[in-house]
Design a protein around this ligand. Sequence first.
Ligand code: 0WK
Ligand code: 0WK
Ligand code: BGC
Ligand code: BGC
Length: 934
Amino acid sequence: MLAVHLVSFFFSKLQEDPTKKVDRFLHAMRLQDEQLVDVSNRFLAEMKKGLSAESLAAAAVKMLPTHVRSTPDGSEKGQFVALDLGGSKFKVLRVKVREDEGIKKGGVEMEEKTYPIPEELHEGRAVELFDHVSESLKDFLHEKNMSPEKKHPLAFTFSFPCEHPSLDQGLLLSWCKNYKVRGLQGKDVVQSLRQAIDRTGDMDVDVLAVVNDTVATMMTCGFDDQCCEVGLIIGTGTNACYMEELRHIDLVQGDEGRMCVNTEWGAFGDDGALDDFITDFDRDVDAASLNPGKQTFEKMVSGMYLGELVRLVVLKMAKLGLLFDGHVSDALRTKGKITTADVAAMEEYINGLINTKEILTHLQLTPSPDDCVAVQQISTIVSFRSSNLVAAGLAAILTRIKQNRNLRGLRITVGVDGTVYKTHPQYPKRLHKVVRRLLPDCQVRFLLSESGSSKGAALVAAVAQRLTSQRRKVGEALSLFTLNQEKLQLVKSRMREGLEAGLKSKGCTIKMLPSFVYHTPNGTERGKYLALDLGGTNFRAMLVRFKRQKSRLYHKIYTIPLEIMQGTGEELFDHLAQCVCDFLDYMGLKKVRLPAGFTFSFPCQQSGIDTGTLVSWTKGFKATDCEGEDVVNMLREAIRRRNEFDLDIVALVNDTVGTMMSCAYEDPKCEVGMIAGTGSNLCYMEELKNIEKLEQSNGILKTNEQTSEGEEGEAAVKSDLKMCVNTEWGGLGDDRCLEDIITPYDAEVDIHSVNPGKQRFEKLTSGMYLGEIVRQVLLDLTRRGLLFKGHVTETLKTPGIFETKYLSQIESDRLALLQVRSILQQLGLHGTCDDSIIVKEVCGAVSRRAAQMCGAGMAAVVDKIREDRGLERLSIAVGVDGALYKLHPHFSQVLKETVGVMAPHCNVTFLPSEEGSGKGAALIAAVVRQKQEK
Ligand code: 0WK
Ligand code: 0WK
Ligand code: BGC
Ligand code: BGC
């Protein structure tokens, strides 16, 4: 008692300015900027704890993933029923969302009805609360004549901390504010709602999404302002959410894009992180609350508690004789007698003091004018602390976003709702001011959510609906590219039938062209040879020297302009001769008539090792007067026309054969050559006796080489002799045997190719076409509004714009989605992260099918070799080349896996060719030349 008298005596000495008295008394509540920065940094640390797998279990700030991955983009549409439970009012709403039509912005119409929640239900059983909710829903549907038969899509705003395994599930973690309902903690609130609706009956809804009110508020404001990526509630409770980078949310799979995180910052300080800011008044409020020890930050900030804080301060000062001359009324002693609305009223600019007097009088107190000023000051300090603490929390969130995006400055919008923010006269201005003071390099716009959070909840449901239908439709499109075991078995058996048929007769879709290469190198090759390599994308000239099983090689690459590829044969071969001339000049060998091997990566019907007529152009080539012509002669003609050097072309080989030989030089087990590049093809060492179409009579092989190879001819027929066969498997399907695999997208690519109806297998598997197939799929998905918001750009309509190299880049695991996005932007395709995810999936589906098709084809070949050799198991190596095999991040792996599954009795090793097929051509030239010298 003496103490009280001493204090009141001491203070009375200072009576002159009541606000000063209060400022001193509430010194601990008046936070300076450096204290706010400290609070902000502490909160930032708590956010990190809540996001990381190691520390989230113990984290006070739960950082709950919401499965909301994007803010509205104007394509949302539909009619939804919405429930808004957890704030000061429980509302049922009908929300009609209209999507943007071109420049005309979409819109949202809403009808709502507020239903009171009887006090006893706040601390009753969950079943009762949800029955009340579903009864209210039924009443609303009835009132709005919404047919009970129709399954109404429903969006549920539930403003309590929930864990979301998915968008339509919410496991309640704990109650807060003025709710302490029994029997729901840890349970799925959507399940409870559905059960209540079933109990109520005569209505049917489809709960598409359950969201926190902060998330719904962000979405509501995001509908009008695309920069809105933060949601803030300062109402009965307080909380904030924001768009976090998915890669930082350990609880959720995936590194691509963003996801909204509900911070549940109300619990900040529950682990003691704010103890040095907690005052006794805070402790008293907490002790008297429904959840002591919980929601520390919320109890210093939100509308549920501000009034009570003021009451306790006024009570304390009155007891200390600092107010009302020490008179204390029962009303003042009664919890909840000063509400947050009272606090706001006391702080009104004009009527603040009048309101204060009224409120205190209402509490059976007779306040002096100074008392009113003092009590008003108390309200100001308490609510000022609230807005300051919110500013500190917000500053932490905005700093986090800035750091996530490596930005120095940030332009962002914060969507806000809640009675305190909406009704407290000074609150918004104070909050904005402090945020801007704490973050001078940020442009922060505060956007009030006029229409409440249900608009946002409906948008989340609309996005969920759109994403679900988008996913389903995209999934359907991509399922066309999915090859299950059964389909792959079909490809394998059709390839096998094609191989067998091609060996027997000419004119088959799989041409099975004899290469007149009878064996792989044996290391005795020596000498210097020129190798010319006309592949899919460019022409290479190289000088190869073989010595004691070693090879040295110099080469130069020349591009083949499109107009040459599609010009006249003469222009093409003159271009090749010019390149060879330039190379020989560069090597100082123009005067030497070098033996040369010519790799010609197109189907040639050969009648000997150094002669072959072009059957048909493939890939992008269409030079005239070449098909049916001997390409070696055409090259010789061109060299003669140039008359600057001469060559002794001793071998013509396909790039698959050259690749096999080149790899066999390193590993004799290599008896198959495969190209997965601009084109697609494979060759292998076939039993000569199986090449029935080769004219063999009475055991003698009739070739135009008979004269010079007499004895070779005869010897060749012996049972175990082999010849490399260039399968030209690219032609599989030209007889329409792949119709059940070919998709409409493939058909589009084929129709617009230079050789429609031809090379169908190649058009499903090679680099020349994969990019085009992807473009066709993207075009279709965009036209159907499933991608790029339905904007079909000129780029997307441009053939060849989506080169296969982009597949390799986009599918690279090392590439974050943002980089995928920038590749698309370079292509003039401006999309969202979700768009990039879909583009990546389309690329994956197309390239995976290509690799699987080649794997099934390869399995057919190695299984044939195994069976032909009567082997239980075959161990064989395959020489491989081509940009698709070498540069695509997954092609080679999927190819290997598919061969392993489709040819389980074969152990196939893949040898990527180091020096290309040119070395192989030089090896063959060496073999031919050494035979000629014998
Ligand atoms: C209005 C929103 C609701 C939210 C409420 C919070 O529609 O979802 O819970 O604001 O403010 P309070 O009503 O608690 O002041
Ligand atoms: C490199 C070989 C060449 C072959 C090419 C295929 O040396 O003979 O034609 O690979 O790959 P692409 O250049 O078509 O990707
Ligand atoms: C709840 C939050 C909610 C906030 C605002 C808090 O008590 O924990 O989930 O967002 O109140 O309503
Ligand atoms: C050609 C083959 C060649 C393959 C790979 C196909 O278009 O027809 O001869 O091996 O491309 O370059």
